[in-house]
Design a protein around this ligand. Structure first.
Ligand code: PLP
Length: 381
């Protein structure tokens, strides 16, 4: 049995320290429900830094996606095009409105949705195109927006993983009509659970506020625009407590610090593994298109088979390193299998079998990174 140097988890939520100061201030302010002092600070931060026309904090990215589906008036039988290789919430939000999901395959050379597939799947019933910036790496947005604009179909960017990442200089989440972000503890910037709806078409703003406040016009009431508030539309409770926003704001203030460390870890992984990948021929590394920046949300390998991946996971585990895989193609899930139209989505299935994610978090030390790399090198060389 190899001696384990150190146990390295897959993720560890980052605490800068200011979070606790701001939470104390929020509590002392006497208002800890939604849309308090720190929620406003977060909204201003997002609008200023990433040029979203408006930002609204939500309790999760899942909730932001549900808001997007309501805002787009998705109804029974409407078609929604989305990738199969994604988190279940991307799909569920639209299923809850009765949508018919039309799954598109990923690209050959990266897990993002293939724009050619989108084009082929558009019909007169298509009411939304939902794209996912996998690992925080931009989808091919010019081509996607060209297809969408030609057919007048709104685009929603599931940018859950894509904070502080750009497509040709534009922040991800600012390009489609709506963008959604997650601050779940596994993401780059966190608040435990938390999310954001980025609104880039102001026509959605008034109704978004109403949907977020249980279907009432309470937000207008607080601004003094109406003298009483009441029930005006469908909605739910999508706004987070100001305590969550207080935690989040401390993270946002430190986004550059957090990103610099994550990117350094990513580059060390990449630099060391590139030759191993080439020499062994048994896995490939992430491919970054020219138009995309890298926000180091994730570092993953694409193994040559599910067998290689399973063996590598066990090998790394025996050396104290917790590497994980994710996303089982949604078109093959228990819930959707029988509803799928039967098209083969071979890239989505390949990523389902072959992607392996390495530990990636702010506090991963240089010696941790070395231990992760050693465990991989030992396996392939
Ligand atoms: C994390 C994630 C979500 C869900 O985010 P929550 O904030 O946990 O609801 C949705 N889509 C993608 C692509 C994700 O990675």
């Amino acid at each position: 049995m190899t001696k384990i140097k150190n146990m390295i988890p897959f993720n560890k939520p980052y605490l800068h320290g200011r979070e606790l100061v701001y939470i104390a201030q929020s509590v002392a302010s006497g208002k800890i429900s939604g849309d308090g002092l720190y929620t406003k600070k977060c909204h201003e931060f997002f609008e200023a830094k990433y040029k979203f026309k408006r930002a609204l904090l939500t309790t999760s990215c899942t909730d932001a996606l549900e808001m997007a589906a309501i805002l787009l008036n998705i109804k029974e039988g409407d078609e929604v095009i989305l990738p199969s290789f994604t988190f279940v919430s991307t799909a569920n939000a639209f299923v809850l409105r009765g949508a018919k999901l039309v799954f598109a395959d990923s690209c050959e050379d990266n897990p993002n949705i293939d724009p050619l597939q989108i084009e082929a799947l558009v019909t007169s019933r298509t009411k939304a195109i939902v794209v996912v910036h996998y690992a925080g790496v931009a989808c091919d947005m010019d081509r996607i927006m060209a297809v969408a604009d030609r057919s007048g179909i709104p685009v929603v960017e599931d940018a859950a993983q894509a904070i502080d990442s750009y497509y040709n200089g534009k922040a991800l989440g600012s390009i489609g009509k709506l963008g959604t972000f997650s601050f779940h503890e596994t993401k780059n910037i966190i608040s435990g659970e938390g999310g954001l709806l980025a609104i880039n078409d102001l026509n959605f703003m008034q109704r978004a506020e109403i949907i977020r406040e249980k279907g009432t016009n309470r937000s207008s009431f607080f601004r003094g625009e109406v003298d009483k508030y009441g029930w005006v539309d469908i909605g739910s409770s999508f706004l987070p407590s100001d305590i969550i926003a207080a935690y989040l704001f401390a993270q946002l203030e430190n986004v550059d610090l957090i990103q610099a460390r994550r990117i350094a870890i990513w580059k060390t992984y990449y630099g060391t593994l590139l030759t191993i990948a080439e020499q062994s021929g048994r896995f490939t590394l992430p491919n970054l298109p020219k138009y995309a920046t890298n926000n180091a949300h994730m570092f993953y390998l694409v193994c040559d088979s599910i067998e290689t991946r399973s063996k590598l996971i066990s090998h790394m585990k025996a050396r104290g390193v917790h590497a994980v895989f994710h996303y089982l193609s949604l078109h093959k899930s228990d819930f959707f299998d029988k509803k799928h139209d039967g098209r083969e989505l071979k890239n989505s299935d390949r990523y389902t079998d072959c992607i392996l994610r390495l530990p990636m978090f702010f506090e991963l030390s240089d010696s941790d990174v070395e231990q992760v790399l050693d465990s991989i090198i030992e396996f392939f060389v």
